[in-house]
Write a new protein. Sequence first.
Length: 869
Amino acid sequence: MAWRGIFKIFSTIASGKNNLNEEKMDFEEETGDRVLNDEVELGDEEEDGEDDAEGDEKEDDEEGEEVLALPLPHLPFFPGFHKPVQVKDPKLLAALQESYAWHAPYVGAFLVKDEPGTDPSLVSGSKAEKNIYDLKGKELLNRLYEVGIHAKILGIRGDRVVLVALGRLRITEMVDKEPLTVKVGHLKDKPYNKDDDVINATSFEVKSTLRDVLNTRSYLKRICTQYIDNSKFSRLADLGAVISGAKNLQCQQVLEELDVYKRLKLTLELLKKSMEISKIPEFVLETDAKTTLSAAKFRERLEGNRDQIPLHVLQVINEELSKLQQFEASSIEFNETHNYLDWLTALPWGIYSDENFDVFRAKKILDEDNYGLADVKERILEFIAVGKHRGTTQGRILCFSGPPGVGKMSIGRSIARALNRKFYSISVGGLTNIAEIKGHFRINVSSTPGKMVQCLKTVGTANPLVLIDGVDKLGRQHARDLTSAVLDLLDPEQNAKFVDNYFFFPIDLSKVLFVCTADVVDNIPKDFLYRMELISIAGYVADEKMHIVRDYLEKSTREACGIKPEEVEVTDAALLCLIEKYCHEAGVQKLQKHIEKIYHKIALQLGRQGVSYEPAIADKPGEALVRCIGESSKKDVTDSKTIQESEATRTIEKVVIDISNLADFVGDPVFNAEHIYDQTPVGVAMGLAWTAMGGSTLYIKATQIEQGEGKGALTLPGQLGDVMKGSAQLAHIVARSMLFKKEPDNRYFANSKLYLHVPLRATSMDEPSAGCTMITSLLSLAMKKLVKKDLAITGEFTLLGRILPIGWVKEKTIAARRNGVKTIIFPLANKRDFDELATNVKEGLDVHFVDDYNQIFDIAFGDDQETGK
Ligand SMILES: Nc1ncnc2c1ncn2[C@@H]1O[C@H](COP(=O)(O)OP(=O)(O)OP(=O)(O)O)[C@@H](O)[C@H]1O
């Protein structure tokens, strides 16, 4: 600290010496580099004659003065104080020298804001200083706080300029770009009544806290004490801010506050915090070894961000540290308090990662982590771009919906990476108790805080991206209070004051960015829905899965298993077989599991693989010998000495996985209930459905269970929901009237008791889109005609003969492609939905859009259709 030197300069000014340049030189010689620090110096309040605010004055009373703008990268300073500033911009320095020489030694000094994207509460000079010297004109102007100090140059030596602050001012406009010159308006404090009890009481408290702080800093006490008693309220507030040692943003807030009462309050808070911090080291000296060690550990943790810890938390820390001192080191109370302090001091108070809004970088990251999903990525880029304009991404909650394994979590992780936020996920589906969110009350040693606090401790920053995984699982199986606890987390009104039961004081979660995922949107509790922006991910067709497995899943699994690319080859045919025959899913979760299974087996085989004594037989020198694992695994060399000796001539036998040996790694293909028939038999038609697992194909099957004159009836599976039951009955009526038109003599429906089977898995979403498929299967049975091969039909039918649109067009189309469907019939009203799909999803499909069942009839039972007789 350069306070001794500072005091000398102050005395110089106070003693009325005019040759400040000379004095400054003495000062520098005596204090050396310390003058480079951003220390401020107490000047003579009366000498500069400013800031006589008590009781008078209007704001901005002197408009229009032009001054050079001097950026202050570290701390603002206050009227009545002196400050040496290093000026690194040669043009600005020359201009300052000229002003000084021409006896117009006035300048505007403005604190530099941190770089855009940096959290303003994370104050650090280096961040502010970074690149500031490259900025000119408007760019520089935008990086300066508008409110600054009107200062007089007292002397210049080299690139160091000594200033005394005269008063506050505000930039009104830019006059010159280089060096930056601005027009300013002078600011005066708002009028106030100096006899007011409240302001007097506050100033009294400021003085007393200031004295307490000074008692811990004897080097300042001597210089400052006289000013405490003699300063006006406004100057007292400024003095307090400086002595508190607060960082730039907090001091800037004091500088900008023209209401003297509010300024005193701000300063009081800063001083109290400074006081609390100063208590911690005192304690450490007084206690026993174990407690000292613990306290030292806690103190060390707080070291970096002391100033960012809220006052109420500091108070709790100090109280708990005092308690710790009173307990036996082996007592339960000691351990309880120790745990509590451990949590308290491990939280990232005021530590934020710098948010990055660069959309080009974000796009690169999203592409690096996730294949395809162009529309989803575009939405995310929009989200980031809006965040850039607003200065924050807070307040909007994205919710990714879609079946398992479509990459919802992976996208969330990429957003965190793109925004430069830490990532943490909380699966709410697995929560059983509100305490998992809100924490346990501190009643015993094993009590812990809730997930959110655990998250902050784990990630080490106060602004992570937290993925709430499975919001659709809330509500149904959970107690109402757990659901509302999660809701409070997401609510910007509530989460700034989130109270974890373990701490019992508010923790600010307002800087956390929440993103949610859900499998089924319809199951998301309503209270959540209206806060969210839904982005759905439908699933992947085979060629997309091929890219994902080749470029992402295989690569990451191979790396995780420590296998080199040259040691293994999984052929395209094997991967395609895996996709088509083993993994009938919308996402790639099963595929990932199968790839892991394959690679674990490969790792074992490579581990068992012997070492060849012969030189590698390869086309090119150094190339690995490629041989099928079946042949090679017979070699079993176990002698480790021999292995070491033969390292130099080691032959890597590449494991090749093809269709022929795929089953050795993943077993036989699984039964695919979505594709049972190559050609559906009479009475069976294929429909398209949507379930929580994504789109799927399903077979609707009509069977005759009884025959006889006048026996016409329809029986349905018991598990069918009301909507589907209604659809089936309507389908029976429509099919009967259709048959009468097509084959008037056919009395099949009148004389047959039928059973209409709908697969259980398709009935979970009780909806009417299978209506047209039901009619078709009934007609197929009645006319003994096969339905066109590889045809899937979806559409709701009304009694009036209209075909109504259905939902989940993308999901259903993907499911159709996955199950070898060649022709799809969609309602005409869904044409637009289909047209909007990506080309690779629509590829190779013959799609018909209809608004009348006759059109379906013609496609399904066209002239070339075989009869099933
Ligand atoms: N488009 C994609 N590109 C690359 N990898 C993907 C893609 N989609 C999914 N994956 C990968 O598939 C795996 C499963 O994805 P993820 O866990 O993100 O799915 P999810 O939709 O969140 O599933 P769940 O609902 O079961 O939680 C991850 O390894 C993920 O990286």
